[in-house]
Design a protein around this ligand. Sequence first.
Ligand code: NAP
Length: 224
Amino acid sequence: MQGSVLLTIAVLGGTGKEGKGLAYRWAKAGYRVLIGSRSSEKAVTAASEIMQLLEGAASVVGTTNLEAAQQADIVVVTVPYSAHRDTLENVKDALKGKLLIDTTVPLIPPKVSKVQMPSAGSAAQEAREILGAEAEVAAAFQNVSHKHLLGEEVVECDVLVTGTSKNARAEVLKLVEATGLTGWDAGPIENSVVVEGLTSVLININKQYGSTYAGIRITGASNK
Ligand SMILES: NC(=O)c1ccc[n+]([C@@H]2O[C@H](COP(=O)([O-])OP(=O)(O)OC[C@H]3O[C@@H](n4cnc5c(N)ncnc54)[C@H](OP(=O)(O)O)[C@@H]3O)[C@@H](O)[C@H]2O)c1
């Protein structure tokens, strides 16, 4: 894998809340970022918003999801679960030999505070099924509210990283560090079911306790 300065990250659905926040943080850290969208015009607008926030000192370009996936080293998917399968099938060929980072939580409205996993086991395992063995799949950021990301705020939520190989997880942990958050290797992709499920638990806590962005922290361990 290339040095981080040269890596290009595609954020599919990067026009949305979570994707734009992550794109902002990676662009700020020096990565070249491609914002993907179903509409290249919408992507160009989102990219220029991020460039303005960073006063032009970054590389952020908007294009279609497919072109972004084709041009990137690492591809991140940040679309609602209802669009997860279609989005991945659309870019499947472009992902061969690459790493996909899935941020998806399989929320099924209106009961978003109830854990409802798909038959594959989790959204990340569904991505694995769609893409096959030719792409590495990792899952991360499912517990991090977008409200923290588009700015300089310290994020009080750790990131549990699961993935199809130790190398894939190590690559994602570097990207977590670049966002300013603390990441943990949380094991194989099958463990993503727990991480994805935690988001419904956090939504439930927000409802019960009047918070807006409850998060998680690992205690009793050090990742340094
Ligand atoms: N929001 C959070 O705080 C948060 C936190 C953790 C994890 N996540 C996960 O991150 C993912 C994105 O969440 P979000 O809140 O950022 O979503 P969002 O803002 O509602 O949507 C993100 C983008 O997805 C694309 N999209 C929306 N509907 C689509 C459809 N029917 N078909 C294809 N593309 C569609 C849109 O991009 P274009 O119109 O430009 O194509 C949209 O800008 C979700 O899976 C969520 O579980 C979110």
